[in-house]
Design a protein around this ligand. Structure first.
Ligand code: AVJ
Length: 318
């Protein structure tokens, strides 16, 4: 069963927030555009390709962990829980949790309506008995979940180490918002990528086939498409750098030559060697992860990793 639940009736024309973030991000020093804007149609496709790259270990590792912990998870999460996924459901991870905990309802929450509806349809086709309630909303705010799920215990699901995109300040705010949305007594199943060898990390974000480079550069193409820009794509190259002090992989678009362009009629210049910072992917050691969760109002109750300790899946309670 598929029931659309719209927060506001916006079509997928150019998001005014995209415009504001790009223009202010190009004006600011250092230049920076939030990573959430990677995910237009093309960007979402490219990200799917990234998840299958040999160098990109997180998806395959997390999927393996979720497969292994099904019984353990079923024993720890109340029966008849409503599964609330933050970010559009990936085609492979969500079924693993659904098969494990047999939820009464599935509520995928995403700001991108298109991708949300696709994944909701897929899931609904695969589980005809499951109540699927796609919810188009910004989950960084405390949300009122569909009334149908009011009486059910909540299991939040935030896989993929998406939390790593946020600086710790914002990550804690998000965890607290999730706690507010899910309520007292809820569980949260969250994936966090671990700190590891620098070369392994940098390769995961700068693959041989150049898919991550294309993913990063698509942001410029999107700006040109949606914001009437004329950014010369051949004047930029993809960079992935481990920032050890802040325990994160940073992605940048580095100008390889001086360039001048306009976006929505506004002029910008960038000198060779300067960058636009496009993504942070924070990594957390075992204690770091638990402290972050506690700071966000969650008590870790179980934790699982792969044999190499590359990635962690943590179950926490509100
Ligand atoms: C979707 C944010 C978890 O940080 O690993 C992958 C995004 N960027 N390759 C990550 C991403 C470049 C990914 N997250």
């Amino acid at each position: 069963m598929l029931k659309p639940e719209m927060e506001d009736g916006q079509a997928s024309l150019t998001d005014p927030q995209f415009r504001a973030d790009v223009l202010s991000g190009l004006e600011r020093r250092p230049r920076a555009i939030p990573a959430r804007w990677f995910y237009d149609r093309r960007g979402s496709e490219l990200f799917e390709d990234i998840t299958r790259l040999p160098e990109y270990y997180p998806t395959r590792t997390e999927t393996g962990i979720l497969r292994d912990i099904a019984a353990d998870l079923a024993a720890r999460v109340p029966e008849g829980s409503a599964l609330v996924e933050f970010g559009s459901g990936s085609s492979t991870k969500t079924p693993l949790v659904i098969d494990a905990v047999r939820p009464s309802a599935y509520v995928p929450i995403d700001i991108s309506g298109d991708f949300l509806r696709d994944s909701a349809r897929d899931l609904s086709a695969r589980y005809p008995e499951l109540f699927v309630l796609p919810f188009e909303a910004d989950f960084t705010r405390t949300l009122t979940l569909p009334r149908t799920t009011e009486a059910s215990p909540k299991l939040g699901f935030f896989p993929g180490s998406t939390i790593g995109n946020l600086i710790p300040l914002a990550a804690v705010d998000l965890l607290r918002a999730m706690r507010g949305s899910l309520g007292e007594g809820a569980h949260l199943l969250i994936g966090m990528d671990r700190i590891k060898d620098q070369a392994v990390l940098e390769r995961a974000y700068d693959d041989e086939a150049g898919v991550t480079a294309a993913f990063n550069c698509n942001l410029l193409a999107r700006i040109n498409r949606e914001l009437d820009g004329n950014i010369p794509l051949d004047a930029f190259r993809h960079r992935a750098i481990w920032n050890d002090d802040r325990a994160r992989v940073e992605m940048h678009l580095e100008a390889t030559k001086d360039a001048a362009f306009t976006v929505e009629g506004r002029p910008f210049t960038i000198a060779a060697g300067e960058t636009i910072h496009t993504e942070n992917s924070h990594k957390y050691g075992p204690r770091d992860a638990r402290i972050l969760l506690r700071a966000g109002g969650w008590t870790p109750v179980a934790e699982w990793t792969d044999p190499d300790g590359l990635f962690a899946v943590i179950l926490a309670e509100a």
